[in-house]
Design a protein around this ligand. Structure first.
Ligand SMILES: [Zn+2]
Length: 243
C-alpha cells in the first residue's frame, strides 16, 4: 500500500501523503508548519535530535489504523524508535492532527525515555498549550472548581492510574499545565533532568527541585487558583469540556 504514497523531503521530515487527498493539496503548508514546530521544540528544549521524522498523513482514523497496524483507532500516534521515529496522523477537513504534540514525542524519544507516561504527555501538552481550544491552565481551573481535578502526584507516579483510570480530557490538560508551571517557575534545565528519569520519579523530583512532588503540586494549585478568568472564559471552557 505504502508504495503508492507520494513523498516530500524537508530538512527534518519525510512526509508521505496520498495523491488527491487534502494533505496532498496542503502539503507545502503542512511541511512549513511542522518545520516551525520542530524549530520551536528543539530551541526551547535546547536539544538537537539525530533522526529525521517520518510522517504518514492518513485520510481517516480507519486508514490510520490499517496503515500503522496500531491497536486502537486514534487521530495520531508516534512510534518512538529513536533511530527512526514515525508519526501517523489523520488529516482531513474535520481533523488535522498535525502541530506540536506528536512531534514532541518523535523528537524527545531521541533524548530520553522517562518511566512516567504523565511526564511524556505533559511535555507534549505543554507545547500544545490547549485541549479542544481551551488553554490547559483554564481547563485545570475548571476541574479544580468542579471537583474533577486529579492529583498530579498520583498521575506522575502511577501509569495505570494516568492512562486507564483518568479520562484524557481531565489528565492531559492538567499534566500540560503542571509542566508549564514547572518550566516557568524552575527553568527548562531542571525539567530536562526530570525527563531523563527512568527509575523513581518521586525521589528524583525531590532531588532535582529540592521539594516533594506534593509540595510542588500545592504551589501549582495555588498558582492556578490565583489566576483571574472571566465568567465568559469559564463558561466557554465548561461548554467545550463537558459537551
Ligand atoms: Zn501524546
Amino acid at each position: 500500500m505504502k508504495e503508492t504514497w507520494a513523498v516530500l523531503e524537508t530538512e527534518h521530515y519525510t512526509f508521505h501523503y496520498q495523491e488527491g487527498s487534502l494533505a496532498a493539496k496542503e502539503i507545502g503548508q503542512i511541511a512549513a508548519e511542522q518545520e516551525d514546530c520542530h524549530r520551536q521544540i528543539t530551541e526551547k528544549l535546547v536539544f538537537t535530535p539525530r533522526s529525521k521524522i517520518t510522517y504518514w498523513l492518513c485520510a481517516t482514523r480507519k486508514d490510520l489504523m490499517e496503515q500503522s497496524k496500531f491497536d486502537f483507532e486514534t487521530n495520531g500516534v508516534t512510534f518512538t524508535d529513536p533511530d527512526d521515529p514515525q508519526i501517523y496522523a489523520v488529516y482531513n477537513d474535520e481533523c488535522k492532527c498535525t502541530g506540536f504534540h506528536e512531534d514532541v514525542h518523535a523528537i524527545m524519544c531521541q533524548y530520553a525515555n522517562p518511566s512516567s507516561s504523565a511526564v511524556v504527555e505533559g511535555l507534549a501538552m505543554y507545547f500544545d498549550r490547549v485541549w479542544w481550544g481551551i488553554p490547559n491552565d483554564r481547563c485545570t481551573r475548571v476541574y479544580l472548581e468542579d471537583g474533577k481535578y486529579e492529583k498530579v502526584e498520583k498521575m506522575i507516579t502511577d501509569n495505570d492510574f494516568f492512562y486507564y483510570q483518568v479520562s484524557d480530557i481531565i489528565s492531559y490538560p492538567i499534566v500540560g499545565a503542571f509542566t508549564a508551571f514547572l518550566v516557568e517557575a524552575y527553568g527548562i534545565e531542571k525539567y530536562k533532568k526530570l525527563y531523563h528519569e527512568s527509575d523513581d520519579m518521586a525521589a528524583t523530583f525531590a532531588q532535582i527541585y529540592g521539594k516533594s512532588l506534593t509540595e510542588a503540586e500545592d504551589e501549582f494549585v495555588k498558582e492556578i487558583m490565583g489566576r483571574t478568568y472571566s465568567a465568559e472564559e469559564m463558561a466557554q471552557a465548561r461548554k467545550e469540556l463537558y459537551s
